[in-house]
Design a protein around this ligand. Sequence first.
Ligand code: COA
Length: 476
Amino acid sequence: MAKKKQEKSKQAKASKKSARKVVKLAPKKAAAKKVNGNGLPRPSSKPWGQAGKALTGVRILDFTHVQSGPTCTQLLAWMGADVIKVERPGVGDITRGQLVDVKGADSLYFTMLNHNKRSITIDSKHPQGKRVLDELVKKCDVLVENFAPGALDRMGLTWEHIHKLNPRMIVASVKGFGPGPYEDCKVYENVAQCAGGAASTTGFRDGPPLVTGAQIGDSGTGLHLALGIVCALYQRTRTGRGQRVLCAMQDGVLNLCRVKLRDQQRLAHGPLTEYSQYSEGIPFGKAVPRAGNDSGGGQPAWLLKCKGWETDPDAYIYFITQAPVWNEIADLIGEPTWKTDPDYATPKARLPRLKKIFARIEEWTMTKTKFDVMEICNKVDIPVGPILSMKEIAEEPSLRKTGTVVEVDHPTRGKYLTVGNPIKLSDSISEVKRSPLLGEHTDEILKDVLKLSAKDIAEIKNSGALSAPKKEEKAA
Ligand code: COA
């Protein structure tokens, strides 16, 4: 009691003091405004903020083609690097002319992988072309390539040659396989998906292996390579030396499939109880099976039909029966007894009954659209995901707002949609600039980067090192 009295009198004194004291508060600073609705703080107005980008000052000699390498250099370009794409005169990156939709214009395949880059045409096998390339090696920080094994060496651009010209140069490559029995093989996306363990673990148990629509071999490896390059650039700030960076597509895919290698080892200790195969009583073989739409994690999940599924191929929802919200699920679908019934109340008890459980949940989801299910479930924290078609994604306003889907204008094809930089930095804002026309910046690069005179440029041009062989010119 005495203690309480003391405390009360202390409080009273303190409140009297504070009543007398006039504390002048500094005006509250307005909260940082969001940029483009991307949820990040405003970029700094200090030097190197706003106008500067994360990789401003880094120059990339981009020898990439098709998808894996271009994905990597496009990311670096979005982060502010000056990416100089070297292309074969007359032809360029083969994708310029692949899957053409607008006659006479670069394909979407090319434009969507080569934003924010500059293009120079150089015949890398022409003696004068080799000289230009050597000069560019001296002026660049990173060389990125994804030629077939040995092609860069055959151009004379061996690691030794490059390193002698520019010891700070980082040389980064995508190859299909790392050192070993397949190192000399040419590889495309689906070869990597097959060799990296994705195809054998994708699809339904009673069907053949499946490749996925996500380009985990090409774009996935390009992403890995970009990280390797940024790490090498960071290490160079301490060592002053460049280094080789290699990403094999098989390794990149396997890295993305690591949960399946996890399951391979778990198989030695018994059946994979979260796979629906277990609840169906089908024995496991020696290797990780295809798991259909089972969840890859510890929370059982499945793809369920929604209202309209009979006519709309994308009227589905991915439904995760996360243990902490089991009670909410049971209430929603009208099975409140499942909250206490020992056959359903615990995750372990539910495992052998997953097929029946998902069939019951589906009865409920089929009465609602995928967006209704999303809204109802999110209110009670049940994790679900509507199957979105590419049409729905292209038209989704929130993705446009964050710059994830961007409309770009192109001089020969007009307006088109592309995927913007998925990595958002608050002080390094990406604007998506159209891809370059073939050789669009040849003169500019020779002049501004190599500081060549008009006379030198004319001489190189006359040598034929920057243009397509005459025969092709005639044919055109
Ligand atoms: N000037 C002159 N020659 C050039 C040139 C230029 N500017 N640019 C490329 N070339 C030449 C190369 O030197 C090579 O010639 P060579 O074989 O006589 O030495 C030739 O063009 C073809 O290169 P290559 O990489 O073999 O192309 P390809 O079309 O035959 O193969 C791939 C394509 C993708 C299969 C192969 O490059 C590859 O396996 N790359 C590594 C893995 C990879 O990235 N795959 C995914 C692609 S999305």
